[in-house]
Design a protein around this ligand. Structure first.
Ligand SMILES: NC(=O)c1ccc[n+]([C@@H]2O[C@H](COP(=O)([O-])OP(=O)(O)OC[C@H]3O[C@@H](n4cnc5c(N)ncnc54)[C@H](O)[C@@H]3O)[C@@H](O)[C@H]2O)c1
Ligand SMILES: N[C@@H](CCO)C(=O)O
Ligand code: NA
Length: 437
């Protein structure tokens, strides 16, 4: 049997501790599957004395993750610290330069530095595996990188953040407050160190930027993503969506258009009967639409220690099965140097349906004035209703509009006009509707 694969792990938090635990529990099974054993020989973390409920006897301790990464005593460096810069980045670079394979769950790092890191990995002939970085335990990277070869992808979209989906689900099903749901997501180990990344959509954007590169063969462009989080979503929106036959999900969407690639992250209304609307809690789902295969939907746990460890261990096992001298496939599906520059489609050109919730003065003529403004901007309405909600205050009423397919530019202009008319008593709420089977 081949020599054991020596694994060094940096970061022993939710994911790192789960990886150490599961590697130990599944040692015999993994040895059978990989034809060699996988052993954690070294770790780096901040606090040597913290009880993590894992057995680290016989494991070498490094105070500095960068020293572990460069050490000649490991074959694989597993980065589970987090953050786009600082130690995580320096350690991954050091590991690749030292000729070690790298496994990371760090989507922030890949979205900012993925291209540069891929170039080093490809030059050094080592693997840079990152299945855990996108949609947790769902094998979406492997699917897009390997199984969809030859397919031309037109749209990829999904629920890519477990924390946000967990919050929206519990707000809808249990009528809980946003803050209580977020606190639970943090307690369960789903949230990022800075949870604003989860709720303001940055984490979804990091993941989407990676999927976009894999889908369209473009360089990763994380700053070119239209971004809106879920912190403005209220019970009034959730209730109105439900009455209209929709559910609100935080989606990341990348779609090929005539003028470039549209990348957007925002709260989205999806038909209640669609498959993606049934994806609840910490579960993620990714839909890929291709010319040969058609529509593929993968769904599964998107965050949490064990689910994420499953993806990390799959990546380590792939390395254990690879052989020295074997030519590895490129990190983002095509050689890093051949990825084309990303061309952004303007958000104002986005076409789709819209849900618009307006709180207005309860005066005669307001309803008609709003309908006129929509017509002025050539927006065709699927429905316009005066909503009998108890969310509007005394002397106010709620008007809900659902548009047929129109453009973002037209909707922004119509809402601007209505605001300028002076009828609104609260900030208008605009939520895009996504076509989903
Ligand atoms: N938690 C999840 O469900 C999940 C899922 C997918 C991906 N991820 C990603 O996995 C990574 C780790 O996430 P987590 O949830 O385990 O975070 P965590 O905060 O629980 O763990 C990170 C650990 O790294 C340690 N650390 C910080 N600086 C360090 C340093 N300089 N050297 C060594 N250790 C250091 C921290 O003390 C902490 O224990 C992040 O990139 C995160 O985005 C997490
Ligand atoms: N904070 C992330 C972890 C998984 O990437 C989430 O909630 O989806
Ligand atoms: Na994944």
């Amino acid at each position: 049997m081949a020599e054991t694969l020596r694994v060094g792990i940096a970061g022993l938090g939710t994911v790192g501790a789960s990886v150490v635990r599961v590697l130990k529990e599944k040692e015999a099974e993994l040895t059978r599957q990989c034809g060699r054993s996988i052993t954690v020989t070294a770790v780096a973390a901040r606090d040597k004395n913290r009880d993590r409920g894992i057995d680290l006897s016989g494991v070498e301790w490094f105070d500095d993750a960068r020293a572990l990464a460069a050490s000649g005593k490991i074959d694989v460096f597993v980065e589970l610290i987090g953050g786009a810069n600082g130690v995580a980045r320096e350690a991954v670079e050091a590991a690749l330069h030292a000729g070690h394979h790298v496994v990371t769950a760090n989507k922030a790092l890949l979205s900012q530095q993925g291209l540069a890191l891929a170039e080093i990995a490809e030059e050094k002939g080592v693997l840079l595996n990152y299945e855990a970085a996108v949609a947790g335990g769902i094998p979406i990277i492997k699917t897009m990188r390997e199984s969809l070869a030859g397919n031309t992808i037109n749209r990829v979209f999904g629920i890519l953040n477990g924390t946000a989906n967990y919050i929206l689900t519990r707000m809808e099903q249990e009528k809980l407050s946003f803050e209580d749901c977020l606190a639970d997501a943090q307690r369960l180990g789903y949230a990022e160190a800075d949870p604003t990344f989860d709720i303001e959509g940055n984490d979804t954007a990091h993941k989407l930027s990676i999927l976009t590169s894999l889908a369209f063969g473009t360089q990763i462009s994380p700053d070119d993503i239209y971004l809106e989080g879920i912190s403005n979503i209220t019970q009034a929106d959730i209730q109105a969506a439900s009455e209209l036959g929709y559910r609100i999900k935080l989606l990341g969407v990348a779609v090929r258009t005539e003028s470039g690639i549209e990348q957007r992250v925002h709260p989205t209304m999806v038909p209640t009967a669609s498959v993606i609307a049934q994806v609840h809690g910490v579960t993620n789902a990714v839909t890929v639409e291709t010319d040969i295969l058609g529509e593929l939907l993968l769904s599964g746990p998107g965050a949490g220690g064990n689910a994420t460890a499953s993806a990390v261990i799959g990546d380590i096992a792939d390395i254990a099965k690879s052989r020295p001298g074997f030519q590895h496939g490129p990190v983002f599906g095509r050689p890093a140097r051949e990825l084309t520059p990303y061309q952004r489609a303007r958000m104002r050109s986005h076409e789709g349906g819209y849900f618009i919730r307006l709180t207005v003065d309860d005066r005669l003529g307001v309803f008609a004035a709003i309908a006129t403004r929509m017509a002025d901007n050539r927006i065709s309405l699927e429905s316009i209703v005066q909503h009998a909600s108890n969310h509007a205050g005394e002397g106010q009423k709620t008007i809900i509009l659902v548009t047929h397919e129109t453009t973002e530019a037209a909707v922004r202009k119509a809402v601007e006009d209505i605001t300028a008319d002076g009828h609104l008593t609260d900030k208008p709420q605009v939520i895009r509707i996504e076509r989903a089977a």
